[in-house]
Design a protein around this ligand. Sequence first.
Ligand code: F6P
Length: 306
Amino acid sequence: RAVVRSAIKKNMQVMGVRRGYNGLINGDMSEMNIRSVSNVLHRGGTMLLTARCNEFKTEEGQNQAVEVCKQMGIDGMVIIDGLVVIGGDGSFAGAQKLANLGINTIGVPGTIDLDIACTDYTIGFDTALNTAVEAIDRLRDTSESHDRCSVVEVMGHGAGHLALYASVACGGTACWVNEIGFDVDRDVIEKINSSIRTGKHNFIVIVSEGITDVHHLARYIEEKTGVESRATVLGHIQRGGTPTARDRIIASQMGCYAVDLLEQGIGNRVVIQKNAKIIDYDILEALTMKKGLDRGLLEVNQIINI
Ligand code: F6P
């Protein structure tokens, strides 16, 4: 929405490409006007649809996309001279390829996983986090009423940001993420048993997806602590839904910033948020960086969730 409206304000023509790189390869795109993006601000998902595209990983696919970029326009004559790609690392790797082939490309970080190293924030994270927090709060009500332990798997695609933030926000007794050394007996069982001795009766254990079978873990906890346990995989409910104000605002800022870069003829950059400021960063460098967990937040989680 921000890209479309700010570009039109700058007298640019805007084409919306459907289903990501698939649409670029197949020329599946249409002109957008300021009203094409009316009433989408408060909606989840994507009005342009999305898809994974294996063809774009090949040289032929990339060349075909460049051809389409060069030829497609609203009347078949207009040259597409700038592309805004919203997505995560995979989308940026593709954007970088296009930039190398001469298409000015700007990446805008959009993923609930927060796993893009060069930026402090990725669009969608706050909405997914708030969805997870609301769900875990509900699970806590049951756990509290029944003196149970609730083992909850959250998404993250191998990155523990969503799990850690959810743990701090929901008071996770334990938070199991890939990035730190974790021992189930020490970090879950012993912790629950010692908390029982200090009068605690209900527990939330948060696990980042892909680490272990949470149903199995719940049975193990029950066996070793005597606390009745249930497992829940939050799954795809963490995606979609009404975006939070934070997501709407940052997406608006980043979209406008992306168009400003294209207007100046700049490409091969990612729009990022760093220390509360929207700035830009080299795509290639961005792709080589590794993002660690927020150490300060990890420490807070360990200090207060006892
Ligand atoms: O990258 C976002 C994400 O939701 C991850 O957290 C998760 O691992 C993955 O996508 C799920 O992908 P799919 O919808 O293809 O199952």
